[in-house]
Design a protein around this ligand. Structure first.
Ligand code: GAL
Length: 755
């Protein structure tokens, strides 16, 4: 333990010289999964001493029992065992029913140079799950109830300047659920140390908005405040602005008082007749709802993996993301800014209480300069209040606050209260419909046509599908219909047990011709932990699995939503079948089995899926499509068993900052080099060099394997041909080698450069 303390102090010194506005504060924390009796009796951090009566922070500081060195973001829930009674949290033994695993402490020692005296210094926590209490040098800063929106504390007068042994301590209590999905546990987003000049900008005071766009010129308005002079504002112009849009997400940078702010120039209008207009042009919302967790890392998703996830969605033609049902990480919004994804930015806590409004304030102040954010969502499916007077009053109060902080965007809400124009629906600018099947009564309901009646009755209220789809598919699944977590990977009406669900084909077709309906967000982009039935631990509503691997519907949406040539035949040809499905945007497709044509099919103008009856015969399936005169081809063989692995890193260059990360896809191949779609054997991993494995996953909803290192070994079974490794860079540059064994004698390798 002495060694560890010395190391922590040395790292504090190392960081000493590097402070500027926003220094990352993720590295070199310590974590202990236990509680201390709290005492607020004495202020401040005395010398660490073994005074049995002193139960306060000195005790936490001096304790040597059970602390481990961790870097943030960190999710301790993923390291806990699975437990059948832990249904909420992906069956991890945390939260309600597991008090012994639900309270953890973090601490970090750090240096503050004497030269920083006179600055204004803040600690910013981007997200802690949840009920967190914070201290600096034993002085209580306050708390953050929310597991999703962060909190900033000014610590200027709480620091020891010119000393290396400043101490931040955080108590985290994950004992209460916020979601009905996997919330994780711990400091699962970044922490920043802000050191600002005494006359610098007040954090979050900067608001950059478009004042006028006319005659090839944008006039921008900037509001800001400094510590010394208070609020101020000015205008500036951009000639021939390059507008931000999903197709061309152009970003500008504003430099102000030594800080940089990214912004985009765009107009966004929700038109009750024409839907969503971005820069005056109709853009149908081709959206997905997503929770935040990923394979291998839980809710502690590194920025590199956030970036990967957004690119996977973009590849499918997604142009909109609903951060269901909570504020996202700031880096998620940065990625949406970069890739041109429109965001419905959601508050977790629908409430006009002081706490609810404070959470909303922090959300809007934090996110209002992101061009990607196009609407504030006040909440989701609050059955008890959404349709009544309480809901109306609270939404009204929330809207007033939102307008004060950001008058440029509309508000919305994910409502599943049908055609009612009462409560929240009366107040929100854009009516959010969770599931068109829940609109209307009787036959109208069945046909989803209640939405038409709502629009006819409220023609001036723009409307969008805040949630749709909810179909359950398992990647590569061959399971039985009705068995939720091993569903076949084919999106059929029989494959959606929820009474509100619609297949991809059903809901996207429903929107055809209804331009007043601005589009919708499919539930969900990715599979996520939780909201499932044991023995499953992952919920399979995703269009992509928990690793980001495509299910068949990925190709359906891609055919509909992108301009690329799409021709994808499924399921695999490794076992007898009587039908093959084709997701395509080709004008016509001809299918061949072992060279024999099964005939040619034309695609209907609004249909993106074909079905071909087949007589099974092992060998080669080929599809030849024509699209606008171009030939498009697809081949799929009956494969042999897996004898090799292909390791495909998402990025081969990482930054040597101890935080950069990427995913490496692990794909099973047969002797002929074909991907083996049903390979399920175990893979063993080892690594060497300038990085480490952060976690492993395979997307199997039923898997009970560990995502983290178990007994010193990294292993994971392939699930339908694939598994995935999340790799993190070390702080020293060099080469990183990931090795994978399919069996002890067959070894495969990927090399990454860490700079
Ligand atoms: C919705 C809810 C989502 C998810 C989904 C499953 O009603 O908003 O969080 O539970 O149902 O279909």
């Amino acid at each position: 333990m002495m060694m560890r303390t010395r190391l922590a102090l040395a790292m504090g010194l190392f960081a000493f010289a590097a402070f500027g506005v926003r220094t990352n504060f993720d590295l070199d924390w310590e974590f202990a999964l236990k509680d201390f009796n709290l005492s607020f009796g004495k202020v401040g951090l005395c010398r660490p001493q073994n005074n049995a009566n002193d139960n306060g922070i000195p005790r936490v500081a001096a304790d040597t029992n059970g602390w481990e060195k961790v870097d943030l973001p960190h999710d301790w829930a993923l390291r806990l065992p699975l437990a059948e009674k832990g249904s909420r949290n992906g069956f991890r033994a945390v939260g309600r029913g597991f008090p012994e695993n639900s309270i953890g402490w973090y601490r970090k020692r750090f240096g503050i140079p004497a030269s920083a005296d006179g600055s204004r210094i803040f600690l910013q926590f981007d997200g802690v799950y949840r009920d967190a209490m914070f201290w600096v040098n034993g002085i209580y800063l306050g708390r953050n109830d929310s597991g999703y929106i962060g909190r900033r504390f000014e610590i200027t007068d709480l620091l020891k300047y010119g000393a290396e042994d400043n101490l931040v301590t955080v108590r985290v209590d994950a004992g209460k659920d916020e979601g009905w999905w996997y919330d994780g546990a711990g400091i699962n987003r970044h922490v920043w140390l802000d050191v600002r000049p005494a006359d610098g900008l007040v954090p979050d005071s900067v608001r950059i908005s478009l004042k006028e766009l006319k005659d090839g010129q944008a006039t921008m308005h900037v509001d800001y405040a400094t510590f010394t002079e208070g609020a101020a504002a000015y205008d500036f112009t951009v000639a021939n602005p390059c507008l931000w849009s999903p197709d061309d997400p152009h970003l500008y940078t504003l430099e102000l008082k030594g800080e940089s702010f990214a912004y985009g120039i765009r107009t966004v209008v929700f038109d009750p007749e024409r839907g969503l207009l971005v820069n005056g042009r109709r853009v149908p919302v081709n959206g997905v709802c997503c929770h935040q967790d990923h394979a291998g890392v839980g809710t502690a998703v590194p920025d590199g993996v956030v970036d990967y996830r957004i690119r996977r969605l973009k590849a499918m033609g997604v142009n909109a993301y609903r951060t269901s049902h909570n504020p996202p990480s700031p880096e998620l919004l940065d990625a949406c800014d970069r890739y041109g994804i429109l965001v419905m930015d959601e508050q977790r806590f629908f409430s006009a209480s002081d706490e609810g409004l404070d959470q909303l304030r922090r959300l809007v102040l934090r996110d209002r300069n992101h061009p990607s954010v196009i609407a504030w969502s006040f909440g989701n499916e609050e059955h008890n209040v959404q349709g009544g007077d309480l809901g109306r009053r609270m939404a009204k109060r929330m809207k007033a606050l939102q307008r004060e902080l950001d008058p440029t965007r509309p508000c919305t809400f994910g409502g599943n209260n049908g055609q009612t124009f009462k409560g929240v629906n009366e107040i929100v600018d854009v009516r959010g419909v969770n599931y068109v099947r829940l609109m209307g009564e009787g036959a109208a309901k069945k046909m989803c046509h209640g939405t038409d009646d709502y629009h006819a009755d409220h023609p001036n209220q723009p409307i969008w599908g805040s949630e749709e789809a909810s179909t359950l598919l398992t990647r590569g699944g061959e399971g039985q219909l009705g068995q939720r977590h091993v569903m076949p990977d084919t999106d059929l009406p029989e494959n959606r047990p929820m009474c509100w669900a619609l297949t991809a084909e059903e809901w996207t077709s429903f929107l055809d011709g209804r331009d007043w309906f601005a589009g919708a967000f499919a539930w969900t982009g990715f599979d996520y932990r939780g909201e499932c039935h044991w023995p499953a631990t992952i919920c399979n509503f995703g269009i992509l699995d928990l690793c980001g691997y495509a299910k068949s519907n990925f190709h359906y949406y891609r055919a509909r939503w992108t301009d690329e040539d799409v021709l994808h035949v499924y399921p695999n040809w490794n076992q007898p079948r009587t039908n093959l499905w084709i997701n395509t945007n080709c004008d016509e497709v001809e299918l061949f089995v072992n060279g024999r044509s099964l005939g040619r099919q034309k695609r209907g103008a609004k249909s993106f899926r074909l079905n071909v009856p087949v007589v099974y015969e092992p060998g080669m399936v080929e599809a030849k499509g024509r699209r606008g005169g171009r030939e498009v081809a697809f081949r799929m063989a009956t494969t042999g068993t897996a004898v090799a692995l292909k390791l495909v890193p998402d990025r081969v260059r990482l930054v040597a900052d101890g935080r950069d990360a990427t995913v490496v896809d692990v794909i099973a191949l047969d002797a002929a080099g074909n991907e083996v779609p049903d390979a399920c054997g175990p893979v063993q991993f080892a690594f060497a060099g300038a990085g480490r494995i952060a976690g492993v996953g395979n997307g199997d909803p039923m898997s009970h394997e560990e995502d983290v290192c178990k007994d010193g070994e990294w292993t994971r079974r392939l699930f339908n041909g694939r598994c995935q490794v999340v790799v993190k860079a070390n702080r020293e540059p060099g080469t990183f080698r990931l090795k994978a064994w399919l069996s002890p004698i067959q070894m495969y390798e990927a090399t990454l450069e860490v700079k």
